[in-house]
Design a binder for this molecule. Structure first.
Ligand SMILES: [Zn+2]
Ligand SMILES: [Zn+2]
Length: 391
C-alpha cells in the first residue's frame, strides 16, 4: 500500500504545503470563515467538483461520484482559527492581527482539499461517493457540525472519518482509541436566592453562603455515585461568587463549573442530579435556586471496527499506532458519530529534535512539523482505499 499511496500523493506534496501556508497566513475566526470558504469553494469548483446544496453559513460540502459502485464515505476537516496572536517567526505567519491557526485546522483543510484534487485527477480510484465536509466553527459552541447534521450532511453516508493533527505525538505516530475520542462537555450554574441581612441577626435573614458551600460539596459527590468508577469523567465546582463584607449577609450566591463524561447518557444523569440536589439542599434551608445546565458537545464515540481499519492502514503505511489513553477534551465530530459509524484519530506532527513543534494547541507558539502534513494526506488516501476494498 505504501508504495502505491506514495506514487499518488508525492506529486501533490509541494502544492499541499503551499495550500496549508496560504490558509495559515489568512486565518478566520469561527462562523466568520467567509474568505476561507470562498477559497475552498472556488478550488473545488475549478476542479469540476459539485457542492452539496442546502448547506448554510461558511461550511462547504463537496460530492465526488465515481463510475464504479461503492459506499458513501465522508471525510471531514474543520476550517476555523482562534483568537490568538501568533508569536512564531515564520515566512507564512498569520497576517491577521489577533487571529491564528493555533489548532492546525489549516492543515486539516489543506489535506482535504488536496485529497479532493487527487480524487478529481484519479477518477479510477473513486468507488461510490465521497463526501468532503469542510466544516465551519469547531472551536466555538454550538459548533458547525450540529447544523451540518441538521441539514442532512450524513444522509446516505455509510462511514465518516476525520483526523486531528497533534503536537503531543511525534511524526509517524497515529494515536487511536476504540472508545470515546472526546468527552461530552457541559457547564452548569446554580444561583441561590436567600435573604440579606445583618451579620449579628442571622435569624432574620436567609444566608445563601453556607448553603452554597453545601451545594458545592454535594455536587462534587455526584460522579462518585453516578459514574462507573472504571470510566473517566469530571465535575468541577469552578467558582462561587457572593457576599463581600463580614457583617452583611448577602442576598444571592452563584456557583458553577464544568462537567465532562465519556458517555452521552451519563452527562444527562449528572445534569439531572445537579438540578435535584441543588434544589433539595436549598429547600431544606428555606432558600430557592435557579439551575441552568448546558450541553456543549456530545462525546465522540468511535466504532472499534473503524478504528481497527485505521490501525491496519497505519501499519501498512509504515507508521506507528499509539493506543491513546482516554482524555476529556471536546470535539464536535461527535455529531457525525451520533449518526453514522466512523473513526476520529490523531496524527502526530511533533519533531522530537525541535521542541517548538511540541508547543500545545491554542498556544501562540503552536507550530507543527510540516512533514506530518504529507503523512496525513497518505493516511486519508490509504484509509479511503482500504474502506472501499481497493487495497
Ligand atoms: Zn482547538
Ligand atoms: Zn482543533
Amino acid at each position: 500500500m505504501k508504495e502505491f499511496v506514495k506514487s499518488i500523493t508525492s506529486p501533490y506534496e509541494k502544492e499541499l504545503i503551499e495550500t496549508r501556508r496560504y490558509l495559515h497566513r489568512h486565518p478566520e475566526l469561527s462562523f466568520e470563515e467567509t474568505n476561507t470558504a470562498e477559497y475552498i469553494r472556488s478550488t473545488l469548483t475549478s476542479l469540476g467538483i459539485p457542492l452539496m446544496e442546502g448547506i448554510s453559513g461558511t461550511s462547504t460540502v463537496a460530492i465526488i461520484k465515481g463510475q464504479k459502485p461503492g459506499p458513501c464515505i465522508a471525510f471531514r476537516a474543520d476550517i476555523d482559527a482562534l483568537p490568538v496572536e501568533e508569536e512564531n517567526d515564520l515566512p507564512y505567519k498569520s497576517e491577521v492581527p489577533g487571529v491564528m491557526h493555533a489548532c492546525g485546522h489549516d492543515i486539516h483543510t489543506a489535506v482535504l482539499l488536496t485529497f479532493a484534487k487527487i480524487l478529481a485527477a484519479h477518477p479510477e480510484l473513486v468507488c461510490g461517493t465521497v463526501r468532503l465536509i469542510f466544516q465551519a466553527a469547531e472551536e466555538k459552541l454550538p459548533g458547525g457540525a450540529k447544523t451540518l447534521c441538521e441539514e442532512g450532511v450524513m444522509n446516505g453516508v455509510d462511514f465518516v472519518y476525520g483526523f486531528h493533527c497533534a503536537s503531543a505525538f511525534p511524526l509517524g505516530t497515529i494515536a487511536v482509541t476504540p472508545r470515546a475520542y472526546s468527552a461530552a462537555i457541559g457547564i452548569y450554574e446554580v444561583k441561590i436566592h436567600g435573604k440579606g441581612g445583618h451579620g449579628g441577626y442571622p435569624q432574620n435573614a436567609l444566608n445563601p453562603v453556607p448553603v452554597a458551600c453545601m451545594v458545592g460539596s454535594a455536587l462534587n459527590q455526584i460522579l462518585a455515585e453516578k459514574k462507573n468508577p472504571l470510566e473517566g469523567g469530571v465535575l468541577t465546582v469552578s467558582y462561587i461568587n457572593g457576599g463581600q463584607y463580614p457583617n452583611i449577609i448577602t442576598d444571592t450566591v452563584t456557583l458553577g463549573g464544568n462537567v465532562r463524561t465519556l458517555n452521552n447518557e451519563l452527562i444527562d444523569k449528572v445534569f439531572d442530579s445537579i438540578h435535584s440536589i441543588s434544589k433539595g439542599i436549598c429547600a431544606g434551608f428555606g432558600l430557592t435556586c435557579d439551575v441552568t445546565t448546558t450541553l456543549g458537545y456530545p462525546a465522540a464515540i468511535n466504532v472499534p471496527e473503524e478504528i481497527e481499519t485505521v490501525r491496519s492502514v497505519t501499519k501498512d503505511l509504515g507508521y506507528t499506532v499509539y493506543e491513546r489513553p482516554d482524555a476529556l477534551g471536546g470535539e464536535d465530530f461527535a455529531y457525525y458519530l451520533l449518526e453514522k459509524p466512523g473513526a476520529y484519530f490523531q496524527i502526530g506532527m511533533a519533531d522530537p529534535e525541535r521542541p517548538i513543534t511540541s508547543s500545545p494547541h491554542h498556544n501562540c507558539h503552536f507550530q507543527l512539523d510540516e512533514r506530518g502534513i504529507t503523512e496525513a494526506l497518505e493516511m486519508e488516501l490509504g484509509l479511503y482505499l482500504r474502506v472501499t476494498g481497493q487495497m
